[in-house]
Design a protein around this ligand. Structure first.
Ligand code: 6PG
Length: 254
């Protein structure tokens, strides 16, 4: 475990100004991400009295949230974690009601948020049942109100799609150039509306962790981290550190 609370990876690379921590298996990656998040919660809560985390959608985060819920209940080392100081936000959302199977909020609720004692006031979901532009405006207002200005998340979790999108920042969309912290976006290839944090919001986040697993991500990770492909995830910057937490199958071509 290093001083950032991150379990030792089986190997580590430095690529494109970022640390890439590679874990032998998906289970090891998920455990490492869960420990890292818990350590960050403890640190932020003791330094600032609260911790703000933007959650990601996708399959790997789902396992991480379940792991956190399990450890919070059954792991002695996790007793005393100041869960009441944690504020959960979302990096993006599909424009569906909160109980829809595609909803990122629903996924986070089922895996983590409903399994702890989190106050409703600490869960800041994107109201994606509203028309997209209204949902984006409401979330932007929510962020500005909570942070008193720029959304300086302590941690923003991100995934990456096989096409290099992250959050709901897709190639060829206007959201990539948005000046606001939140944008509504229509993703033509998915024929879907989404609401997403923009680069402006990510750039003021203290820390950003990409969590990536599976062999189907090996090509995009190589293109992005080794060949410097100009995909949306490549332009993400954090105010503090940007980490890639990856399992061996996804790192196979690095
Ligand atoms: C979403 C996401 C998206 C996701 C990637 C990776 O709502 O779909 O926020 O950016 O993180 O598509 O998803 P997987 O982990 O499922 O491959």
């Amino acid at each position: 475990m290093n001083d950032r609370g991150i379990p030792e990876p089986s190997r580590q690379l430095r690529l494109r100004d970022a640390d890439v921590l590679i874990y032998a298996s998906t289970a090891a990656l998920v455990g490492a991400a869960a420990n890292r998040i818990q350590a960050l919660i403890k640190r932020a809560a003791s330094e600032k009295g609260r911790c703000s985390i933007a959650l990601a959608g996708g399959s790997t985060p789902r396992s991480v949230y379940s792991r956190i819920a399990e450890r919070a209940k059954g792991d002695d080392a996790w007793v005393g974690t100041p869960w009441d100081k944690v504020h959960f936000f979302f990096g993006d959302e599909r424009c569906v009601p909160p109980d829809h199977p595609d909803s990122n909020y629903r996924m986070a609720k089922e895996t983590l948020l409903s399994r702890g004692t989190f106050a409703d006031a600490n869960i800041h979901r994107i109201q994606a049942e509203l028309p997209p532009a209204e949902a984006a405006k409401a979330y932007e207002d929510e962020l500005r109100g909570f942070f008193g200005g720029a959304p300086a998340f302590d941690l923003c979790l991100l995934g990456i799609g096989g096409d290099g999108h992250t959050a709901s920042l897709f190639l060829g969309t206007a959201a990539l150039n948005a000046k606001s912290y939140v944008a509504a976006t229509f993703v033509e290839k998915l024929n879907a509306h989404r609401v997403t944090l923009t680069y402006q919001a990510l750039a003021v986040s203290d820390e950003i962790d990409f969590i990536v697993s599976g062999k189907e991500k090996a090509d995009i990770l190589r293109e992005l981290l080794v060949e410097g492909a100009d995909v949306p995830a490549a332009k993400v910057r954090a105010k503090g550190s940007l980490l890639w937490l990856v399992d061996e199958p996804a790192a196979a071509k690095l």
